[in-house]
Ligand binder design. Structure first.
Ligand code: SDX
Length: 431
C-alpha cells in the first residue's frame, strides 16, 4: 500500500512520473519506479545496487547503522544463545519457531533426506585431490539437480518444500565428502542417531576403525557459526540464487550458482582469505605495514574481514564470534597466535582515521576462520562451511520468491557506452 508519492521530473523534457512509496515493517521505504521507463524513457543507474531494493522479503532484517540483525523478527543474539542451526533453518523457511511436534517432524524429515545417490560419490573422483573445495561444491550441487530435475515442480508448494528439505539435509553430506576426497579418506554415510551438526562432524572426521565421539565444545561452536551464517538479507550469493530462480531453473542449480558467488573473496571467500592474511602478517609488529597497504590506492590489497556494504557499525555476528572464539580457545587451552594478531589488528585498525572515516569494522568473516582453525578444519574448507549454513537462507529466499504473487524473471537493463552502429568489413579491408 503506497504511503506517499515521489514525483520525478525530467527538467529537460518537462515530463514527470509519479512514483508510489511503500513502507516496510522496518528500514528504508522504497520508491516504486516500474513506470519510469514507460513515462520518462529512462532507467535508474545504481552500480552495486547500493540504493536498490530488488525484492520484498519477510525473512531477515538488517540495520547497518545500528548493527541489528533479525531473522523472522528474532534478534541474532538470542538465536545464537538459545537456538540451534536446524531450528533456525526451520524458522527461516516457515516464518515461526517450531513447536515440539513440528520440531520432531522436521528433524526426522531432514534425517530421512540426508543421503545422496550412490553414483554421486563417483562424481568427486573427477576432481584432483587438491581441487579448491568451492569448485567441487559448485559442481556437485549442480550434479544433484540431475537426480531431481524430472520430479521437481517448482510451481507446486509441496514440491518446493520437499526440495528445501533435500537441500538443507544434503549439504552436510556433500561438503563432508569434499574434505574426505581431498584427504584420501573413505566417504562416511550419515549416522541418524546423531543430530544434524554432530552428523556433519561425524561424516567429516570419523575414522572407519575407531568409534567417533564428537567434542561438545566443538559442536556448540559449529552450531553457533552455522546459525550466524544462515541468512543475511539480499547479499551477493542470495541475490544470485534469486535471479537464477527467477528464470525457473532447477533449485539445486540455483544453489550451485549461489555457491559460485559465495566463493569470491569479497564475499564468503573472505574467511579463508583472513587466515591467509593473518598468516602473512605473522606477528603484531608487521601490522602497520599491512594497514598502510590497505590504505594505498595503488595496492589492491584490502584488509580481509573488514568492511561491509550494509554494516557501517560493528557486524553483530562478528561480536558474537569474537567472544565465542575467545571462550573456545580458553576452554581448549589453545594458544592460537593468530588470535592475538587478529585482536591487535582489530585494535590498530579501529583507531586508524582511514578505517574510522570509512566505517570499516570487522565483519562475520574476520573471526570465524579462527574458530574453524581451532576445530581442526582446513582453511580451504571454511567457505564450504559458510555455504552449508547459507544454503538454508538461500533456499528460504528462493521459496519466498517462488511464492510471490508478482513472481517474474529478473532482467536488469544497462547504460550502453559502446560503439555506434557500423557496417561489417571484410578482413582484407581492415587496418
Ligand atoms: C560477507 O552482503 C553481505 O551481507 C555479505 C555477508 C553475508 O553474510 O552474506 O555479510 C558476508 O561477504 C562479508 C564481507 C567479507 N568480505 C571481506 O571481508 C573482504 C574485504 N572487504 C571489502 O572487500 C569490502 O569492504 C566489501 C566488499 C565487503 C564491501 O565493499 P563496498 O561496500 O563496495 O565498499 P567500498 O568498496 O565502497 O569501500 C568504501 C571505501 C573504499 O575506499 P575509498 O574509495 O572511499 O577511498 O572503503 C575502502 C574502499 O577502498 N574499503 C577498504 C576495505 N573495504 C572497503 N579498504 C581496505 N580494506 C577493506 N577491507
Amino acid at each position: 500500500m503506497a504511503t506517499r508519492i515521489v514525483t520525478i521530473t525530467d527538467h529537460k523534457s518537462g515530463k514527470q512520473v509519479e512514483c508510489p512509496v511503500y513502507e516496510g515493517e522496518y528500514g528504508a521505504p522504497v520508491i516504486d519506479i516500474k513506470n519510469l521507463y514507460k513515462e520518462l524513457g529512462m532507467f535508474t543507474f545504481d552500480l552495486g545496487y547500493g540504493s536498490t531494493a530488488a525484492c520484498r522479503s519477510a525473512i531477515t532484517y538488517l540495520d547497518g547503522e545500528d548493527g541489528v540483525l533479525l531473522h523472522r523478527g528474532y534478534p541474532i543474539e538470542q538465536l545464537a544463545e538459545k537456538s540451534n542451526f536446524l531450528e533456525v533453518s526451520y524458522l527461516l523457511l516457515h516464518g515461526e519457531l517450531p513447536n515440539q511436534v513440528q520440531s520432531d517432524e522436521w528433524t526426522h524429515a531432514i534425517k530421512m533426506h540426508g543421503m545422496t545417490h550412490e553414483h554421486l560419490s563417483r562424481f568427486y573422483q573427477g576432481y584432483r585431490y587438491d581441487a579448491h573445495p568451492m569448485s567441487v561444491l559448485a559442481g556437485v550441487c549442480a550434479a544433484v539437480a540431475s537426480y531431481y530435475h524430472a520430479s521437481t515442480d517448482i510451481h507446486d508448494p509441496e514440491s518446493r518444500m520437499l526440495t528445501a528439505r533435500r537441500v538443507i539435509a544434503k549439504m552436510p553430506n556433500l561438503v563432508s565428502k569434499i574434505y574426505r576426497h581431498s584427504s584420501g579418506l573413505p566417504f562416511v554415510y550419515p549416522d541418524n542417531s546423531r543430530d544434524h551438526v554432530e552428523n556433519f562432524m561425524y561424516m567429516m572426521f570419523s575414522w572407519p576403525t575407531e568409534p567417533y565421539v564428537a567434542n561438545p565444545v566443538a559442536l556448540r561452536a559449529l552450531n553457533l557459526l552455522f546459525i550466524l551464517h544462515a541468512d543475511h538479507e539480499q547479499n551477493a550469493s542470495t541475490s544470485t540464487v534469486r535471479l537464477a530462480g527467477s528464470a525457473e531453473t532447477n533449485p539445486f542449480a540455483c544453489v550451485a550458482a549461489g555457491v559460485s558467488t559465495l566463493w569470491g573473496k569479497a564475499h564468503g571467500g573472505a574467511n579463508e582469505a583472513v587466515i591467509e592474511m593473518l598468516a602473512e602478517i605473522g606477528e603484531p609488529k608487521n601490522i602497520p605495514k599491512f594497514i598502510s597497504r590497505a590504505k594505498d590506492k595503488d595496492d589492491n590489497f584490502r584488509l580481509m574481514g573488514f568492511g561491509h556494504r550494509v554494516y557501517k557499525n560493528y557486524d553483530p555476528r562478528a561480536k558474537i564470534i569474537r567472544q565465542a572464539c575467545h571462550d573456545l580457545l580458553q576452554s581448549m587451552n589453545l594458544n592460537l597466535p593468530m588470535f592475538e594478531v587478529a585482536m591487535e589488528l582489530e585494535r590498530i585498525a579501529l583507531e586508524d582515521e582511514y578505517f574510522i572515516s570509512r566505517k570499516l569494522y570487522p565483519n562475520v568473516d574476520f573471526y570465524s576462520g579462527l574458530i574453524y582453525q581451532a576445530l581442526g578444519i582446513p582453511a580451504n574448507m571454511f567457505t564450504p562451511m559458510f555455504a552449508l549454513a547459507r544454503a538454508s537462507g538461500w533456499i528460504a529466499q528462493w521459496m519466498e520468491m517462488m511464492a510471490d504473487s508478482d513472481f517474474r524473471i529478473g532482467r536488469p537493463r544497462q547504460l550502453y557506452i559502446g560503439a555506434q552502429r557500423r557496417d561489417y568489413t571484410a578482413v582484407a579491408d581492415r587496418g
